[in-house]
Design a protein around this ligand. Structure first.
Ligand code: ZN
Length: 356
């Protein structure tokens, strides 16, 4: 049994960013290397710089260039020198994953500050690494998992609703994917499945209403618990239950889709939502269960077919479909997991999904 739990400290409250300077000071940190994108930094800048200034923390901001790649992490680590004592990632999933790579290269502790409610990158030790051209390269466990995660409700209240919808899709997929891998029935595996199920239940029951409220600039009593579901519960599922619960066909197909330009504009959770539909068709779930899933995803404004994912009216050519299916089934998430599934069955499932 292997469990990988992070972060050591998770704080979600209005104004959470203002706690950073005090935390750094309390634990003897004086120099913060911030990694952020320009839009994400704007979302947090005023509160972040105020608390750092107030506590006399020296900081520098390194810019993310659009991909979480080994090359970009090496560039930032090279530029940063070794005089820092804390890495602070501020942004969405790829920025936070990049900050894990940099923290590992510099062997420094890591604080994450998510500016979107879009996935569990802020809390998971896992990093999805991309090639500089945006195609998926590998999923790794970072040597430096997030130590502190500060979830500032004031920032997230203003975050774009489509990213939240994407995060809800990613969270909804957790129990479906975890069930594909679950085998042992151990205490930790059952705890992980329960966590995944509770998070997904929250998405099913409240997701559409909370998404609508956020899109209209309003608040909602369940926004906090759905934020925890997206940012924390998802990573605890794999953290407690082990790698085998981290993903299945939905995430494997997501990774394969990164090689296609027509899917580039789709957010992580949008590709996962489509992948989840294909997964459930492939696994021959009951038609009423597949329709219920489709209904929930549509309520979250997530794609349930290729045409809604890519805005292209038809499926790609047969050769592209086969390449996608081959790449999906070679994913480390699926190797030795679904031995009875072949490329033809996956292509058939994609075709069938389109006709639902
Ligand atoms: Zn995901």
């Amino acid at each position: 049994m292997k469990a990988q739990l992070a972060p050591g400290y998770y704080l979600r409250e209005a104004g959470a960013i203002a706690q950073l300077g005090g935390l750094l000071t309390e634990y003897g940190h004086r120099r913060a290397l911030i990694i952020s994108g320009s839009l994400s930094y704007q979302a947090a800048q005023a509160a972040l710089e105020a608390t750092l200034r107030e506590h006399g923390i020296v900081w520098s901001v390194c810019r993310y260039r659009g991909e979480c790649s080994d090359e970009d992490a090496a560039r930032i680590a090279e530029e940063a020198s070794r005089t820092w004592d804390m890495v602070v990632g501020v942004g969405g999933g790829k920025v936070l994953d990049l900050s894990k790579l940099v923290a590992s290269l510099l062997n420094l502790p890591l604080t994450t500050i998510p500016t979107l409610i879009s996935n569990c990158a802020a809390t998971t030790p896992n990093v999805v690494v991309y090639h500089p051209d945006g195609t998926a390269k590998a999923s790794r466990v970072s040597l430096v998992p997030p130590l502190w995660t500060l979830v500032d409700e004031d920032v997230l209240q203003r975050s774009p609703a489509p990213y939240f919808g994407s995060g809800l899709g990613d969270t909804l997929a957790k129990p479906y994917e975890a069930l594909v891998g679950a085998t042992s029935g151990s205490l930790l595996e059952r705890a992980a499945l329960t966590m995944a199920g509770l998070a997904a239940d929250g998405v099913r029951m409240q997701g559409a209403d909370v998404l609508r409220a956020l899109a209209q600039g309003g608040s909602h009593p369940y926004l906090g618990s759905l934020t925890d579901a997206v940012l924390l519960a998802g990573s605890l599922v794999g953290g407690i239950g082990g790698d085998i619960l981290r993903g299945a066909v939905a995430h494997a197909l997501h990774d394969a889709l990164t090689m296609l330009p027509e899917a580039n504009a789709a957010l992580h959770g949008e590709k996962v939502a489509y992948g989840l539909m294909v997964q459930e068709v492939l696994l021959q779930r009951l038609p009423e269960d597949i329709q219920a899933l489709r209904h929930v995803l549509l309520g979250l404004e997530l794609p349930v077919t290729w045409s809604t994912l890519t805005r292209s009216p038809t499926l790609p050519t047969t050769s592209i479909l086969y390449a996608l299916a081959q790449r999906t089934l070679k994913s480390p998430l699926l190797v030795n997991r679904l031995p009875e599934v072949d490329v033809q069955q996956l292509v058939d499932a994609m075709r069938f999904t389109e006709a639902l």
